[in-house]
Design a protein around this ligand. Sequence first.
Ligand code: ASP
Length: 311
Amino acid sequence: MNSPKPKLIIHGGASSLNDKGGLSSVRSCLHGIVNEVYTFLLAGRSAKDAVVLGCQLLENEIRFNAGTGSVLQSDGQVRMSASLMDGARGRFSGVINVSWLKNPIYLASALQDGDDRLLSDYGGAHLARELQIPIYDPATEFRIAEWMEERKGNFQSKMARLYADPEARRGTIGVVALDVNGNIAAGTSTGGKGLEKIGRVSDSATPAGNYANRYAGVSCTGIGEDILEECLAAKVVIRRSDGLSLVEAMNRSMQESQNNNRDLGAIALDDTGAIVWGKTSEILLSAYHTGEKIDDTLEWFDNEQLFGFHQ
Ligand code: ASP
């Protein structure tokens, strides 16, 4: 039997292009990362390793709200969350609200083989020390200036677009990959919504925001509370596992999200090689490799159409 062709989809959040350098700059950034991770998959590397690589590259991009460039929370601190799910093993690991490190996805991946696989702030800090990960400040000047600006206005301008401010500054990242052995993995990493209460937990390190099994994988972005209440990633994957096509699983889940006035987006792929994306938000910054070419969703503004796909 021939090995399946690898497939890959990544996202840089459901937020504005304007604060990220504009269309062509975001496009060349996302396409470059897709190209690098796809080459890694073609070399026979596992979906799980490809997801970790892709998330690290996206975390290192200061324009996205994950790793370096994460938004600041209400007290001016960066707290990041990330998770990794290896669909082949059905294994989920992650960290919630960790600080002072460069790549939260690396900590999530280091937890894959342990008995305790989801750690919060103190636990993450201890693990980072155990692994001798150097201390790193992910706050950028842009994010600090943004927070100072919000503080001037006593935090009235709703940085997290909670009130549909068109200048959204969210931008969580995610990667879903299918490798040459037919295995799927998903990873998601975020700085959160921005200006949230201390201790607020994002969807990104939960199965609502990031989920994979043998059949499909999904990574979400958008308002975390909406994603949690829809249990979006797990719902799409389970619908696909129960026999719906991935397109139908995404379509139904997005219809429900829209009916419930949710503000979110998701990327997905499955073991047949289908690549699917969906959103109720205005924009979804996603790019993918079909096996033949790289394409993206950067100019998809149609609010009537809730999903798109490549089979
Ligand atoms: N889902 C993330 C959160 O609510 C934010 C985002 O995706 O932009 O923490």
